[in-house]
Design a protein around this ligand. Sequence first.
Ligand code: FES
Length: 135
Amino acid sequence: MSSQLPTPTRSFRRKLLLFGGLLMFWPMLRFLFHKVPRKPRIIEVSGTFQNDTVLTKQDFLIFQEDEQLWALSRNCTHLGCRINYIEKENYLECPCHQSRFSIQGQVLRGPADKPLPRYPVESTESPSTYLVTIS
Ligand code: FES
């Protein structure tokens, strides 16, 4: 009685080599595609709300409604143009391709297909001063 192991087939050896090769490069791939998480930035802004609703800044808009505060990025999620608040209609519109967003940041009309980034806002002890956390 002989105890001979079966010889691996050619395709099995190829798969084994491919798997071994991937395992060898795994640490390098992890290093190359590793993303360092960004630290949140806290920005202090001051100003008064226009019509008790919106406070417009260079990079974001702060909204106030029912005792709640939130900020929306002014960078359009389509191609990055700076969006504007349309007070009369109470929505945000991009001047480049006319995408529209609700004041909650949801897309109302394309071509943008992603909502606007939303940031938490805290009011401070001093009047008309707010802290916006951008992550
Ligand atoms: S950049 Fe805003 S809709 Fe195209």
